[in-house]
Design a protein around this ligand. Structure first.
Ligand code: NAD
Length: 428
């Protein structure tokens, strides 16, 4: 295992983090020292993990764990299994996690992990051995009070169960708080599966309310009908929104009078095809440019770009995926006055419910789904109101993303200042 310590080590800064921070540096009065501290992770760890394959051969998988900032609490973030995973991507995702936890005011720092692997190529046994080996490699760096992993792209409750079991085997005792996103039987939280979407629905309601717009007859297009997109479609449908288009990697469907979301969601849960419904098919590109009130990217990163942003007709964008809008497209939307509710607020319901899971593991007191949703509602509402205040302060010209970054960065820097990791008074 190889460890790089920042911020004065030899590693380069996280480029995307630096771009985003530069944007708010002036308004948030960030000093050079603030920026130096925020532009690179506190700790990068990487390991090449050997795994015995079913045919007896050994394959080695590059892997990462980035602990971006721990000033506000133990670092927190998912583990991604994907062939495209690299240090740069994990850096950016860890940075977003640090900001996300601060935006919603939960006492965690930010982290992310990843393994360069296509899990579809592995047998179940190989996947289990890789998951356990990841924990063996990083065991000394994770823990309920140090760094708490969770699922991310291509990792799920079963993988969390293997990882938890491996950690507890090494420790020789139960330690459910080391990992969130676990199955309920192993200490997972009720309501976690749909929490990201539930939080997104709360934020969209709050946004419309702040703009004095009733949710009835608000048309919505959702890109991505996986965990986040499908539950969000259901919550919005129940709240009276018109979900007129949804998509997955295979394509999109569109019905001006509203897609049959209950049928579609039932299909998602039983793994049926989206396109079994008798509804007009459109392309994913067309979905992004539909004339709807709210466009909701809930699939993957870099979907609204400099190339297609001029065709985006939506009145507002709710970012449920991580990083779906490129910085160039974001600027163009801001210039056009199209509000973009940023990922670090819109999809923070997931990590908030993970925090609730950790609290339940720590106190050994377990809550009903209704209690989880009630607490989630309260936490997300409060976060929204705080950002709304920051947004309206001064000349009122901040975008939602700038308000969210400002709030998050101020909170992280205050924690660093209290720990004397930056000079007192260095941050105004
Ligand atoms: P998922 O794998 O369950 O679903 C992803 C969906 O996107 C699938 O329907 C897939 O077919 C679709 N998709 C993939 N590529 C596409 C493309 N090019 N065009 C249209 N659709 C495409 O993943 P998920 O858990 O729903 O996560 C979606 C996004 O939300 C990711 O960016 C993830 O990082 C983010 N997110 C998820 C959570 C969570 O709790 N699951 C929390 C925070 C953020």
């Amino acid at each position: 295992m190889d460890t790089d310590l920042g911020p004065h080590g030899t590693e380069t800064v996280c480029q995307t983090c630096a771009i985003e921070l530069d944007r708010i540096a002036e308004a948030a009065m960030l000093t050079g020292q603030d920026l130096e501290l925020l532009q690179q992770p506190r700790r990068r760890i990487n390991a090449n993990i050997p795994v015995r394959m079913d045919d007896g051969s050994i394959e080695v998988f590059p892997s990462f764990r980035i602990q971006y900032n721990s000033a506000r609490g133990p670092t927190k973030g998912g583990i991604r299994f994907h062939p495209g995973v690299d240090k740069t991507e994990v850096d950016e995702l860890a940075f977003l996690m640090a900001l996300k936890c601060a935006v919603v005011g939960i006492p965690f720092g930010g982290a992310k992990g990843g393994v360069q692997v296509d899990p579809k190529e592995l047998s179940e046994g190989e996947l289990e051995r890789l998951s356990r080996a990841y924990v063996t490699e990083y065991h000394d760096s994770i823990g309920p009070q140090t760094d708490i992993p969770a699922p991310d792209v291509n990792t799920d409750g079963q993988i969390m169960a293997w990882m938890l079991d491996e950690y507890e085997r090494i420790e020789g005792e139960h330690a459910p708080g080391v990992i969130t996103g676990k199955p309920v039987e192993l200490g997972g939280s009720r309501g976690r599966t749909s929490a990201t979407s539930y939080g997104g629905a709360v934020i969209l309601d709050a946004f419309l309310d702040a703009e004095d717009i009733p949710p009835e007859n608000i048309s919505v297009a959702i890109q991505g009908f996986g965990n986040v997109g499908s539950y969000l479609a259901r919550f919005l449908d129940e709240r009276g929104y018109d979900v007129v288009a949804v998509s997955n990697a295979a394509g999109a469907i569109y019905d001006e009078s509203g897609v049959d979301i209950p049928a579609l969601h039932a299909g998602y849960e039983s793994n049926e095809d989206l396109f079994d419904l008798d509804t007009a098919e459109i392309t994913n590109e067309e979905l992004l440019t539909l004339d709807v009130n709210v466009l909701i990217p809930a699939a993957i990163e870099d979907q609204i770009t400099a190339e297609n942003v001029d065709d985006v007709q939506a009145d507002a964008v709710l970012e449920m995926a991580n990083g779906p809008t490129t910085p160039e497209a974001d600027q163009i939307l801001a210039d056009r006055g199209v509000p973009v509710i940023p990922d670090i607020l819109a999809n923070a319901g997931g990590v908030t419910a993970s925090y609730f899971e950790w609290v339940q593991n720590t106190t050994n007191e377990y809550w009903t789904k209704a209690t989880v949703q009630e607490k989630l509602n309260q936490q997300m509402q409060t976060a929204f109101e705080e950002l709304n205040e920051i947004k309206r302060a001064g000349d009122g010209n901040r975008t939602w993303r700038e308000a969210a970054y400002t709030r998050a960065v101020e909170s992280v820097l205050e924690a660093e200042r209290l720990r004397s990791n930056i000079p007192t008074g260095a941050h105004a």
